[in-house]
Design a protein. Structure first.
Length: 267
């Protein structure tokens, strides 16, 4: 292993590309590795034990070949389950996207807040504690959906998606007698459905994209810390668990994001 530093961006799928794009546009002179799990995606309904085991073995395997300066967990599901555990076990700076609950509390006028995230995220202990601590005086409604993750990923691959299906899933909120005035998107895949959500919820409901809030935080950490090396000719690469013909859609998408190299990880 040479001493070239890389910033790792980790997601279960391609939702984290949104974070990659925003961070790398603001800070282009760093080497980025983007990992997506094309064997175990989606993580929405996987057991917490599996997510912990799988994430650790992936990150440890990447660390064997690359010198990581920062790990960006671009997956709310992983962050909410194990961000503190990761920080405890891995001696590298780690930041992770989590649903922007505190911001939602500061923006709500009617005290009714919604969160749309994966099934794991809405049911995990971290979110229950966060809501209890910061949103105790608000009514907080949680919608967990795996189907939206698939729809978002298909949209990114340029496949047809059903708007009616999204309307149907979101009726959890739209059919409420008193609607939330703020809804937090707590899954990185959902950033790619912002226009559909905006159309369905209308202008009276503020949508908070947790990924966007997180990007500012990540950029300020990298910019304000001389420990992270910048490079004149940066090199970006994608890592995944399996290279096969099912990756055709992904290749086209990754090229759009400027990636030219894809590598398979081995444990
Ligand atoms: N993109 C991930 C998140 O932010 C999860 C998608 C999934 O694997 O279910 O939670």
């Amino acid at each position: 292993m040479n001493n070239i530093q890389y910033i790792l961006i980790f997601d279960s799928g391609v939702g984290g590309l949104y974070i990659y794009k925003k961070v790398s546009e603001k800070l282009p002179n760093y080497n980025y590795l983007y990992f997506f799990d094309n064997v175990f995606f989606p993580y929405s309904e996987k057991s917490e034990g599996f997510i912990v085991f799988n994430t650790l073995r992936i990150i440890r395997s990447i660390m064997k070949s690359y010198l990581l300066s920062l790990i960006i967990i671009a997956c709310n599901t992983v962050s909410t389950i194990m961000l503190s555990l990761l920080r405890f076990l891995i001696d590298i700076p780690i930041v992770g996207v989590v649903p922007s609950v505190k911001l939602a509390v500061s923006l709500t006028s009617n005290g009714i807040i919604g969160l749309i995230a994966t099934k794991n995220t809405v049911s995990c202990l971290y979110i229950r504690k966060l809501v209890k601590r910061f949103a105790n005086q608000c009514k907080f409604y949680l919608l967990g959906s795996t189907e939206l993750v698939h729809i978002a990923q298909n949209k990114m691959y340029g496949l047809d998606i059903s708007f009616d299906k999204i309307v149907f899933i979101l009726r959890f909120f739209t059919e409420m007698l008193k609607l939330p005035d703020v809804i937090v998107l707590g899954c990185t895949h959902y950033s790619f459905l912002l226009s559909e959500f905006g159309e369905i919820f209308g202008s009276k409901i503020k949508l908070i994209d947790s990924s966007l809030v997180f990007v500012d935080h990540v950029c300020s950490i990298i910019k304000n810390n001389s420990y992270f090396c910048s490079y004149l000719y940066p090199f970006n690469k994608v890592l995944c668990l399996k290279i096969d013909s099912s990756l055709l859609n992904v290749f086209t998408l990754l090229k759009k994001y400027g990636f030219l190299e894809l590598e398979q990880l081995y444990f």
